[in-house]
Design a protein. Structure first.
Length: 305
């Protein structure tokens, strides 16, 4: 009932009409099926009634190629780090239609870890921006939290143990969420800064290592957590040190947005890709990859520095 007016408003804001369009791109996954179903149904209806071709887009792949919104020509081949509330993945992007999943989180995504640690520290939601802000007043070396799989030869991530380490540090082993008031403002800031440092260091180290192994000269970063100031600064320093060109998605395109869907849809359309009108949304990746088993699990302890 509301998506129709939203589409019309978007067209008006862009200064275009239906006659100006050559195709319709739609997010077909991954995500919440209910939300995806609304968009896919609307897109299929418009494609049919307007006589326009339909292009299905994986929104995580759209994050992985979002640097192309501001980089011309695109920096391919590149390793792309997509880091958000629901996903933390590394891709090898050879072209807009040649995107290989190299690794992903096997449990909590980075953004999910931010949210859960913010809840542990009574900082509210969403956790990413508030921890980013509070951590600026903290000592990132106050606590040595684990850096899960930071030196592992594979490209997967695991942040569940890091989150648990913070929980145990604040409340003690075996305890559940309570009040972090006993830490005081400085203690909260120190825990936030130490947690953020562990997570950022892990993301950066693995991204640079994977880029080196892949033999590429460019790194692309997208997703909501890519707006984190500590992550952006650390990536910049690490990529410069490794001789890699870093392409940070502009802040306004870090979170989920229609521009990146349209951009990837455009390039896929130009290459002849089309979706059938019986397209159905997927909660998972549109092009799922086999997950490889891991034997080692990170320790979840936190030791004072």
């Amino acid at each position: 009932e509301r998506i129709g007016p939203v589409i019309e408003e978007a067209l008006a804001a862009a200064g275009v009409g239906w006659a100006d369009l050559t195709a319709i791109a739609v997010t077909a996954g991954p995500g919440l099926v209910g939300s995806l179903l609304v968009g896919v149904t609307a897109a299929k209806t418009l494609a049919l009634t307007r006589g326009l071709p339909l292009v299905a887009v994986d929104h995580i792949e759209a994050h992985a190629t979002s640097a192309a919104l501001v980089t011309d020509p695109p920096p391919w081949p590149a390793v792309a780090l997509v880091v958000s509330g629901g996903h933390t993945s590394l891709y090898l992007v050879r072209d807009f239609d040649d995107i290989e999943l190299l690794g992903q989180t096997v449990d909590d995504a980075a953004g999910e870890a931010f949210d859960k640690v913010a809840a542990i520290l009574d900082l509210g939601y969403p956790g990413g921006p508030v921890i980013d802000r509070v951590a600026r007043d903290g000592n990132a070396r106050a606590f040595r939290f684990p850096r899960p799989w930071i030196d592992a030869p594979h490209a997967d991530f695991s942040f569940s143990g890091l989150k648990t380490a913070v929980l145990y540090r604040v409340y003690g082993p075996g305890q559940k969420y309570g009040s972090a008031a006993h830490l005081g403002p400085q203690g909260v800031a120190d825990v936030a800064a130490s947690f953020q440092a562990a997570l950022v260091e892990t993301l950066v180290a693995k991204t640079v290592a994977v880029a080196r192994r892949a033999g590429v000269g460019d790194v692309v970063v997208g997703g909501g957590v890519a707006a984190n100031s500590a992550l952006r600064a650390a990536l910049q320093a690490a990529c410069e040190g490794a001789g890699l060109r870093l392409h940070l998605t502009p802040m306004k395109y870090c979170t989920d947005n229609a521009a990146m869907i349209a951009a990837l849809g455009y390039h896929r359309f130009r290459r002849g890709e089309r979706a059938a009108l019986d397209l159905e949304p997927r909660a998972g990746l549109l092009r799922p990859a086999a997950r490889h088993a891991r034997n080692a699990r990170p320790a979840a302890d936190a030791r004072p520095a």
